[in-house]
Design a protein around this ligand. Sequence first.
Ligand code: ZN
Length: 375
Amino acid sequence: MKPLINSFLIAISLWMYGGLVFAQKAPSAADQTGETETHYTREEVDHAFGTKAGETQYPALAIDTDEVPSVAFSAETSTDEPLKYYEIAPSTYFFYGNIAEVDENNRGFNGNAGFVVTDDSVVVIDSLGSPRLGKRILSTIKTVTDKPVKYLIITHNHPDHAYGAIAFKEQKGVIVVGHAGTMEYIKSDRIDHSVNYRNTFIKEDMLGFKPVKPDIMVGGELYSKQTLETGGKTFDIYNTGAHHSFGDLIVHQKEDNIVWISDLAFNNRVTFMADGSSEKAIDAQTWLLETFKDAKLMVPGHGSVQTSPFPMVSKTKDYMQRLRKDMTDAIEGEQDLQTTVDNTYYKDWEKIRLYHLNHKKNIDFVYRELELDLF
Ligand SMILES: [Zn+2]
C-alpha cells in the first residue's frame, strides 16, 4: 500500500480540479487491470470512472433514489441529439449526470443541470462539462418548448457545471448569470490546466471552448441574494460564498419551492474539497437547512434529487465535520500527513461513489487547512 500512497501524495500536490495533471489520459477499459499508468488500483478506477464504453443506463426515477446513471457517449455524438431529462416538477426538467470523474466515456456528463420553462422563456441552471453538452442542452430544450432561453445561471466555475456555457453565450439574447468569483477563476492558471487536461481525451467535445464572463455577477455579502423574474416565476440567487470553488451560488425557484443547491451537498457521492473551505461549507450547509427546511425538493450538482429532510445535506456536513475533528486530532497529536492518510479510513463511506479517489484528497485538503489554522 505504501508506494501507492506515496504516488497519491505526489498526485495530490499536483491535483487540479478536473483531473490529475500527471495523468496523460483517463484510464480506458483496456487498462483497468491492476495498477494503470496513472497509478490507480482497479477499485479506485471503478469508483472514479464509473462509465464504460457503450454502456448507457438511466434510473427510472431521479428523485429519492440511490440508483445512479451510467451514460456513455461517443466522440461523434451529434450536438442535435437531445439528452434524456426527468420532469421533476411541473415545467422543471433535470439532467441526471454520471457520478464519476470526467472520462472519455461520459465526456463531461458527470454532473447535473436543469431548466425551468416559464410563461415567456426558459431559465437554465448549469451547463454541464463541455461546449458540446451545452449545445445538447439547447437541443433538448427545443424538444420541450419553443420559448427562448433567457437566462443561464452558472452555480460555480468548476468544469462539470460551467464548460458548456459558451454554447449559450453564442445564442443571441441569453443572459449569463454567475458568481463574481468567476472572474478570478478565468484569470487563474487553473482554467488552462483543466482545459488542457480535457483536451487530452475529449478534444472533440471541447471544440469552441471559451471562458464565459457572466453578464450578471452575483456576489456581495454572504447569503445575500439577487432576484430574477421572468414569465411569472421568481428565481432568488444566493451567494453562499467561496466554500467549494471561487464562488458558489444556490438558486431558489420560489413559486415551486425548489432549491438548486449545486455542490453545497452531494448525493450518492463523496464530496470533493480542493477549492473553498470546509469551515465555510459547513456554515453554508447549516444555513441551507435552516433557510429551506420547508423546500419541496433540493437538486444537487451530483446525485439524485431529494425531498425533505434532505439527508444528503446532513450526511455531507457530518463527513466534513468528522474530517475536521480527525485532522485536528492528528495535527495536535503531531501525526504526519502520510500516516494520517493511512489511518483515516471511513469504512461506512467506502461504498459511496468516488470515495477511493476523493477521500484521500479531502484528508490532504483539510489537514493543510487546519495546519494553517492551528499554527
Ligand atoms: Zn460539481
